[in-house]
Design a protein around this ligand. Structure first.
Ligand SMILES: [Cu+2]
Length: 155
């Protein structure tokens, strides 16, 4: 009997933790402050010309016990964006557009040109080292987050 009671309490604690995480995700969807998800180190490489495609990279940390997914990215610095993965098989690695980028539960993902990443298509401006611009990110569960993107010269 005691063992069953303890197991039941553990289950209830886990359920409460899940409810709390869900509540935080909802708050961040309204407030846009990203308490369940934290986006950091968002950057694009420098580009001397406009109208080109550049990868947008960042780290997404998920403190929720539920997995999430990056659905849409919108930046005034580019006309369109896509989510990409990179296929490796015979021949050269090839980028492929996908519907969303998975964000693991209680973990983090760092976007990379050779793995999951966002691609900004048809940039509307020259991207000079040190410039910054803002992008809006739409996540399946956490909702909409804004992040500042830095233009960096890769080393
Ligand atoms: Cu790409």
């Amino acid at each position: 009997m005691a063992a069953i009671g303890a197991a039941r309490r553990r289950y209830l604690n886990a359920a409460q933790a899940g409810a709390l995480a869900f509540g935080l995700a909802n708050v961040s969807a309204f407030a846009g402050e990203g308490q369940a998800l934290q986006v950091s180190n968002a950057w694009v490489p420098v580009s001397d010309t406009q109208g080109v495609d550049v990868p947008l990279l960042m780290t997404i940390k998920n403190q929720s016990t539920e997995a999430d997914a990056l659905l849409r990215v919108s930046c005034p610095a580019a006309n369109f964006s896509e989510k990409h993965t990179v296929d490796r098989g015979e021949g050269a690695p090839a980028m492929r557009a996908i519907k969303s980028i998975p964000v693991p539960a209680a973990g983090e993902i760092t976007l990379k040109p050779e793995a999951y990443h966002v691609m900004l298509l048809q940039t509307r401006q020259v991207l000079a080292e040190g410039d910054t611009f803002s992008c809006s990110l739409m996540f399946q569960k956490a909702g909409k987050l804004e992040t500042e993107v830095h233009v960096i010269r890769p080393r």
